[in-house]
Design a protein around this ligand. Structure first.
Ligand code: URA
Ligand code: SF4
Length: 304
């Protein structure tokens, strides 16, 4: 495993070079059966200093041809989602749990995901993201073992550092391909993506509050004030959330934390975090809050 201190000290070119080393290994990898049917492996791409990593399932037809992630219709939707919060794809890092296309777009098998995971782990060690956004259930399942996408999308939990992301929160979303198939999933995905900037602020605040916090020397993904308070109040327990392996899923959705706008929001001049009374909130899904409603600690939820 990469030494965390060393990763922290990486310069931008060093991070880029380390990511390219992983990518080169992926391109010639034969660790699982998927190598036999791929055209091009798809290591992933993006800003080496980003705070946000999007993790999809695996390359599809277009990605296999291009050697780049999310370049087909699902990718167009992902880009539209990013644009809706003022981000472009090169503000973030985009990759997949398997780097080679499963034939006929079948789901990746557990042994393929396991064989490929060391690459994602190394990417996460190098990138050290604050926020991981998983796209689809196979990606979510790698970080949250007991989670269910229909229940847990749009909620935030701490990531087990054994995944490679040493201090990150994970925010599961539906796969964009599912949103292309279902108007209902599309609506829920639009609500979820709007909560991502506030999720990033929550993740940033959590990292900054740690005693061993490194000075923030990295380029930061821009969070526009308009998006910073898109969600209800934080749960202060987020800062103390245990980092158990594969953070337990909540018993009920109502125990899941919805994204909090935390103190970092006020740094950006956004209105203070507001809460709840929002039915979507009690379903555990981050959503637009009513800025007029008072913060009610009773409505704040715990991370685990
Ligand atoms: N779907 C994925 O999960 N990943 C891609 O890169 C493209 C489509
Ligand atoms: Fe290697 Fe991953 Fe491709 Fe399998 S899917 S061949 S483990 S890069």
């Amino acid at each position: 495993m990469t030494d965390p201190q060393r990763v922290e000290a990486l310069t931008r070119p060093e991070r880029a070079a380390a990511l390219e080393t992983v990518a080169a290994e992926v391109r010639s990898c034969t660790r699982c059966r998927l190598h036999a049917t791929r055209t091009k492996a798809v290591p992933g791409e993006g800003d080496p200093e980003t705070e946000v990593v999007f993790v999809g399932e695996g390359p599809g037809f277009n990605e296999d041809r291009a050697g780049r992630p999310f370049v087909g219709r699902a990718g167009e939707l992902l880009e539209r989602h990013l644009a809706s919060i003022g981000w472009r794809r090169d503000d973030v890092f985009i990759t997949n749990v398997v780097k080679c296309r499963p034939p006929d777009n079948r789901d990746p098998e557990p042994d393929e995901i396991a064989a490929c995971y060391p690459y994602l782990r190394r990417q996460l060690e190098i990138l050290d993201p604050a926020l991981l956004v998983t796209l689809g259930r196979h990606s979510m399942g790698r970080f949250l073992q007991d989670a269910r996408i229909s229940r847990d999308h749009g909620t935030l939990r701490a990531v087990d550092p054994a995944t490679g992301a040493r201090d990150a929160l994970v925010f599961p979303m539906f796969h964009p391909a599912a949103a292309l198939r279902s108007p209902d999933v599309a609506r829920q995905s639009e609500a979820d993506i709007r909560a991502v900037p506030a999720a990033l602020l929550e993740a940033r605040g959590r990292r900054a509050s740690r005693a061993d916090a490194a000075p923030a020397t990295r380029d930061l993904v821009p969070v526009m004030a308009a998006h910073a308070a898109a969600t209800p109040a934080p749960d202060s327990s987020a800062e103390h959330a245990p980092e158990e392996p594969h953070g337990r899923a909540p018993e009920r959705a109502s125990e899941a934390v919805a994204v909090g706008a935390v103190s970092a929001a006020s740094d950006l001049g956004a209105s203070p975090p507001t809460a709840t009374g929002d039915p979507a909130r009690t379903s555990g899904h981050a959503s637009t809050s009513d800025p007029a409603s008072p913060s009610d600690p009773a409505d704040q939820m715990t991370l685990f």
